[in-house]
Ligand binder design. Structure first.
Ligand code: ADP
Length: 303
């Protein structure tokens, strides 16, 4: 198990992380979700032993990142958000360089480089310079550089930012393969759909604080408020608020009610009375973005 134990971090006057505490099961995929500036990168750097000055501790299989940093680092592969590649070298040369940093050499390094090129789908581009690669290919190589020493834990900081859908899908394939091989994955993103789709458990982070943590089912169960989604050009918030708590959502409104079917009947009756023709009227199941918004008042879809 990995325990994030009361981690806090200040940059001068900025409290980037404030008493973050949660556990990650071995072999699971954990998603850390929050808007830009929430503290995700800072936590990922601390988890991977890259950022050393912080309060609290990270315990990885009984080893402390504070006391046994190098031991912990050997179990980990950290993929930073910013590309860390030498563009004038080939993909194979980049892998060779990063492998040597992890202490690999000779035949083992050669074999692992070839295996990783296969794993990241760049086998046929190994001899090409990185400067000829697309953004997505560079991202895949960036991931590959952290996998050479076969880490049991892979920490990925927003690996799909700014890339095309096809490259995004190939990164998901790499992650799914790592999951199938039993790796523990810690994945940060501000794209909720990715995290909902990939991760077994999720931490929601905002302004340096962990606002919620659990499996998707647990989060939905805890925060599932039955709602109706209603849209139509003659609608207004006042008209609906007689039937429950109303908030604007997209091009319509969400009407929360403990008894959504009764609310539905009442709303239909109200529409008949006022001769209103709704465009959409349906039961609404909350998503991660709704849970986050209800907890923090912050939209995750900020970019
Ligand atoms: P995220 O990854 O969620 O976008 P970060 O961890 O990068 O968030 O940043 C959290 C907060 O810490 C932000 O307010 C950011 O401006 C600040 N911050 C991050 N790195 C530094 C740094 N090296 N020096 C000063 N402030 C920083």
């Amino acid at each position: 198990m990995i325990e994030v134990a009361n981690v806090s971090k200040r940059y001068g006057s900025i409290q980037a992380l404030d008493g973050i505490h949660f556990n990650i099961d071995e072999g699971s995929c954990f998603g850390l979700v929050g808007p830009n500036g929430a503290g995700k990168s800072t936590l990922m750097k601390i988890l991977s032993g890259v950022l050393q000055s912080f309060e609290g501790d990270i315990i990885v299989h009984d080893d402390s990142v504070v006391r046994d940093r190098l031991k912990v680092k050997r179990k980990l592969g950290y993929i930073p958000q910013d590309l860390c590649l030498e563009e004038t070298l080939t993909a194979r040369e980049n892998l060779g360089y990063f492998g040597s940093l992890y202490g690999l050499k000779g035949k083992v390094l050669k074999r692992r480089s070839e295996e990783v090129l296969e794993q990241i789908g760049l086998k046929d581009r190994g001899k090409d310079k990185v400067l000829t690669f697309s953004g997505g290919m560079k991202r895949r190589l960036n991931i590959g550089c952290a996998l050479l020493h076969k880490p049991s834990i892979v920490v990925m900081d927003e690996p799909t930012v700014g890339i095309d859908p096809q490259s995004r899908n190939s990164i998901f394939s790499i992650i799914n393969q790592l999951k199938a091989d039993g790796s523990t994955i810690i994945y940060s993103s501000h794209y909720m759909e990715e995290v909902e789709h990939l991760c077994d458990s999720i931490g929601l982070i905002d302004k340096g604080t962990l606002v919620e943590c659990g499996t998707m089912d647990e989060l939905l169960h805890k925060h599932n408020k039955p709602s109706l989604f209603i849209s139509g050009h003659q609608l207004n918030q006042e008209l609906l608020s007689a039937h429950g708590h109303v908030q604007p959502k997209g091009d319509g409104f969400l009407l929360e009610s403990e008894t959504p079917l009764a609310a539905l009947q009442n709303v239909i009756e109200e529409f008949r009375l006022h001769n209103i023709e709704p465009r959409r009227l349906e039961l609404y199941h909350p998503k991660l973005e709704d849970i986050f918004f209800n907890l923090t008042g912050t939209q995750l879809r900020d970019s």
